[in-house]
Design a protein around this ligand. Structure first.
Ligand SMILES: Cc1cc2nc3c(=O)[nH]c(=O)nc-3n(C[C@H](O)[C@H](O)[C@H](O)COP(=O)(O)O)c2cc1C
Length: 140
């Protein structure tokens, strides 16, 4: 299985989560490539078995939460039927961030299999949990 991870990060938390997720794939003998959303490789996405998209929660903390830089993710290539899984990092309450993120990717044609909100103080455990879930829904 080849995994591509695409992330958006303002202060580094989501990038750290993305790298911890890549490491969890590595220890399970699954290769991954990782890109900031502004610098993705369309060929890598086309070749990937699973695309993972991660962003941070942007909102008013208790209302209006959404994935940061949704517009950048809406510029991903068409991913007709491509298996995708989303994650977000958050401080207090992610609200409906994952649902909104799922919609953005579905609009690109992706088949979004699930998602996980990872608290910014619990990135390492979140990465393990996330990769466990990906392996369950998209087995090698
Ligand atoms: C402008 C702004 C708005 C935010 N809004 C929320 C929010 O509504 N809910 C929440 O739980 N965290 C919120 N956060 C916290 C971030 O989502 C969290 O710290 C995240 O892990 C940051 O990721 P990054 O370091 O990759 O940018 C907000 C942060 C910023 C800068």
């Amino acid at each position: 299985m080849q995994v591509v991870i695409i992330y958006e990060s303002l202060t580094g938390t989501t990038e750290t989560a993305a790298r911890l997720i890549a490491n969890q794939f590595y220890v399970r003998h699954v290769g991954s490539k990782i890109y900031p959303v502004g610098g993705f490789d369309p060929d890598a996405i086309a070749e990937a078995d699973v695309v993972i998209a991660g962003s941070w929660t942007d909102g008013l903390f208790f209302v209006g939460q959404k994935p940061a830089k949704r517009k950048k993710f809406s510029k991903l290539p068409e991913m007709d039927g491509k298996k995708c899984v989303v994650f977000c990092t958050y401080a207090i309450d992610p609200g409906k961030t994952l649902d909104k993120f799922t919609k953005v990717l579905e609009e690109r044609g992706a088949d979004v299999l699930g998602g996980l909100a990872i608290k910014r103080t619990n990135l390492a455990d979140g990465a393990v949990d996330f990769v466990d879930r990906v392996m369950a829904v998209a087995p090698v």
